[in-house]
Structures are given as C-alpha cells and as structure tokens.
Design a binder for this molecule. Structure first.
Ligand code: GAP
Length: 473
C-alpha cells in the first residue's frame, strides 16, 4: 500500500530543489542576488528536457512551424515600435514604513480586489486609495507583505525594460539606451521577412524561438516563478486576417494538449483564464494557469494580436512587411497569434506536480519525483550489487559504457541497493538496473521501475531496446 502526501508547499519544493542540485540562489556566497537563480547539475538537465519537449512539439511535429535564434540585443527602435518604451510597465508603490516595493495589482489581488497592470495610473490609484482606508472589513484592507502596515506612496507606472550601455562609450547610460530584450517574440517579428524569403513557408506558418528575456520585475517572490532574467519559449503564427480566430482556437487546443497529453500534467491542476482588460490591438487573450503551491497562476499566455506587430514594424522601419499570396495575388499584413511560456514556469509546475512523499508498508517513507520519462534528468542508473566483487563491477561498467551513448545514465556503487534506489527515486530516475551474481551466468539484469517499484529480469542484449520502448512511452 502506498500513501501519497499532499504536502507540496513552496518551502518543500525550494529546499528539495537546492538539496538535490536543481536550483540554487544566484551569487549565494555573496548573500544572493534578488530575482535571479542558477540551475545545478540536475536542473540544467530538466530545463534542457523541457526545452527539447517544447521544440519537438512546436517545431519537429509541425511542418508549418520553423525555428529561429535571434540575438538578445536589437536595434533600440524595435522597442519603441512595439510599444515597450512607452507602455511596458507595472504599477509600483513603496511602503512608507519599511520601504518594501510592491506591485499594486498584486497587493489588491491579495485583498481580493481585481485590478491589472494594464490600467492607467489614475484608474489604479483610485482603487488603491479605496482599499488602503481604515475601517474596511477584515482582510479587505491592502497591507504591506513585509511589515503589515497600510501606508503607501501613490502608485506610479514603472517601466520594466532593462537598459544596457552596449556600444555606448559616452558614459551616459540614459543617452540612446540599448535594451536587453523584454520578450523574445520581437526578434521573430523583425525576422519574419527573412524567414519568408529564405524558406518554403507559406501562410499560415509559425516561427518558434527559445531564449533569454529580461525584465525589471518589481517584486521577486515565489522562487523561479517571476525572475528578472528568464527563458521564454514563444511561437508566433502568421495567418490571413479572416482566419485569425479559427487558428487561435486551434492553437489554444494544441497548447492545452501539450501540458495534459504530452507532459502528463493533471487536468484538475490546469485551467483557462480569460483576460478581461485587453491591450487595444488584441482580439482575445487567455492564460493557461497551473495550480502552483501558491495557487492558480499564469503558466502560459496565448494571444490573438491582430496585425499590430507587423504594422508597427513596417511603420518604424519603413519596410513593407505585407504578404502577397502567390495564387490569389492578394496582399495583406498578416495577423499574428502567439503562444508564450517561461521555461522556469514549466520547471516549477512539473516539480510541484511530480514531488511525492510516500509511505510504503513495512518500509520508511520515500520521496519520489514522478516526472514523465521524457523530462527525467537521468533516465537510468546502473548499480553493481556488491562493489567489492570485481567481476560484477566490471560487468556493470560495461553496461554503463554501452548505454551512456544512448541515454543520460548514472553509475553508482556508493551504498547499499536500498539507499541507491531511494536516491534515484528522489531525483526522478525512471529505471534502475542492478548487476548481480546471476548476471555473470545468465547475462541478464534486474530492472526496477521507479513508480511501481516492480522488478523484472531483462537480458543484457535486449536492455537497450527494452528501455527505449519504456522511455518513449
Ligand atoms: N510575447 C508575449 C509575452 O511576453 P507575457 O505574458 O509577458 O507575454 C509570457 O509573458 C510568458 O512568459 C508568461 O506566461 C510566463 O510563462 C513567462 N514570463 C513572463 N514574465 C516572466 C518572469 N518575470 N519570470 C518568469 N517567467 C516569466
């Protein structure tokens, strides 16, 4: 009998991620650096597997989508054309008592009031003032998350673009700033014509990209959920104006299935959230939310953006970005639908989903990370039953040397078998292979399944095919 604990608090996940080398605080020996994280030996594997799964699903499985890797630095005019220089901001306030800075929309949300970052300064201040007054019913007054007082400065819009002095030798940072990109999709829009002219794509088609983005986020809580440096995986799909909403519905369904069918995330831990307050050019915007340890929050955004992006870049660059249909000769500016997700948001979601504390009859408790095999950092571990029997160790090393060219493997002889199983369970390794005395006579090994803990004998020469079938399942 196996009993699963429901105790996946954020603290549990954070300390587990550090203990097992998934995520470290940045610059820890210097006291840390806010809102930035580093990924350890297992974290880099999990992150790479998430990116690979996304790339396969969005590019390899889709003949109508191609990839791109554009630079982090771009012409500063791009950020004017996109609207980021003028309007990419969040409402900021400071607690007059302890000087903690917070996002006003988040403070209001914590008090059960709906507001969002797209409201004007005036609109948000009106609501903010109302909910900082005294004598409100319990729980309705906005409070500083650090000191609990309710004495704030007026909300002001704070621009999130991160500036750099790249190529600027004047010593004046504010003169013609070059920005670190605030989202990866702008690199896609400005390369749309290059891709069109150099490949065989025809509308409808998509361009996908994975890369770093930077935002001067005001609040940096909730671990890797919201950071100032992060990786985005974005796909921009170029469509005929009349087909925008039909393609949008198809993309929503395709992305939902990525999380449920392809990554195996439970449907009850996901939900749709419709944006009520749209930017002026958007037709529709939905988020897929995940039930993180701190509640349902945005995992991915799926947006119908109209022709805003290509129109703006046509105007600012003075380049014609219209599309001519080769058959009908119709000329138009394509409309764009996008899907955009942070690698770290999926990372945190799959860790929270997979982390399990189990009590097993007759045995101590075990921690097991029930990751889907395609995301597991280590696919299999190979153990000699006894490390002081050279023939067994030799055979186990031979198996490791063969399988390591096909799968990410680990060789371990540093404990008793039970301890080695527990260690692999905790990091999510789907299979453990044990070489014993019988292996020397029969050329077979024991393969043990992480989730069921069942063991079976498999011939060494069949091991690779056996594991390939199971790991692709
Ligand atoms: N191109 C559209 C765009 O960037 P967004 O809603 O600002 O839209 C899209 O971001 C996704 O990027 C989010 O759903 C989230 O997964 C991820 N993301 C955004 N800001 C982030 C941050 N500060 N830290 C981690 N991930 C972030």
């Amino acid at each position: 009998m196996v009993k699963k604990s429901e105790n996946n608090s954020l603290d549990t996940i954070v300390s587990f991620a550090k203990r097992r080398g998934f995520v470290f605080q940045s610059s820890e020996i210097y006291g840390g650096f806010p809102a930035i994280y580093d990924y350890g030996p297992l974290g880099v594997e999990l992150g790479n597997n998430i990116k690979e799964s996304w790339w396969k699903y969005m590019v390899q499985f889709r003949p109508d989508i191609v990839g791109l890797d554009s630079a982090i630095f771009m012409h500063p005019k791009i950020w004017e054309a996109s609207g980021h220089v003028a309007g990419f901001s969040d409402p900021l306030t400071e607690c007059k008592n302890c000087h903690t800075r917070s996002r006003v929309d988040h403070l209001l949300e914590a008090a059960g009031v709906t507001a969002d970052e797209k409201m004007s300064e005036g609109e948000i201040n009106e609501i903010f003032l109302k909910y900082t007054k005294k004598n409100l019913p319990a729980g309705r007054q906005v409070k500083c998350p650090n000191c609990g007082k309710s004495d704030f400065t007026e909300a002001r819009k704070f621009n999130l673009l991160v500036k750099s002095n790249l190529g600027n030798f004047t010593g004046d940072w504010d003169k013609d700033p070059v920005y670190l990109r605030g989202e990866t999709c702008q690199g896609i829009y400005v390369n749309y014509k290059n891709v069109l002219d150099s490949s065989r794509v025809k509308i409808p088609f998509g361009i996908a990209q994975i890369g770093k983005a930077f935002r001067n986020e005001i609040t940096a809580r909730q671990f890797i959920f919201r950071t100032r440096e992060f990786e985005q995986m974005e796909m921009q799909y170029f469509v005929h104006p009349e087909n925008e909403m039909e393609e949008y519905e198809k993309l929503k369904e395709y992305r939902w299935k990525y999380f449920t069918d392809y990554l195996g995330i439970k449907k009850e831990n996901l939900k749709w959230h419709k944006h009520e307050n749209l930017v002026f050019y958007a037709k529709e915007a939905y988020d897929i939310e995940y039930n993180f340890p701190f509640g349902f929050k945005e995992l991915e955004g799926i947006h119908a953006r109209g022709n805003y992006d290509l129109t703006q870049h046509s105007k600012f660059s003075k380049t014609d970005l219209s599309y001519t249909d080769q058959e009908s000769k119709e000329k138009y500016i394509p409309h764009i639908i996008e899907s955009s997700v942070g690698v770290a948001r999926i990372f945190l979601a799959v860790l929270a989903e997979a982390y399990t504390e189990e009590k097993i009859d007759g045995e101590a408790e075990r921690v097991v990370l029930k990751l889907p095999a395609k995301l597991a950092p280590i696919k299999l571990a190979i153990f000699p039953l006894l490390k002081n029997k050279p023939e067994i160790v030799k055979k186990a090393k031979e198996i490791f040397d063969e399988l390591k060219t096909k799968f990410m493997c680990e060789f371990d002889d540093a404990g008793n078998i039970g301890k080695m199983y527990r260690r692999q369970d905790e990091i999510g390794t789907p299979f453990c292979v044990t070489v014993d005395f019988e292996s020397l006579d029969n050329n077979d090994v024991t393969v043990r399944d992480r989730d069921t803990m069942k063991q079976e004998r498999v011939k060494i020469k069949e091991l690779s095919a056996f594991l390939r079938d199971k790991l692709n399942a």
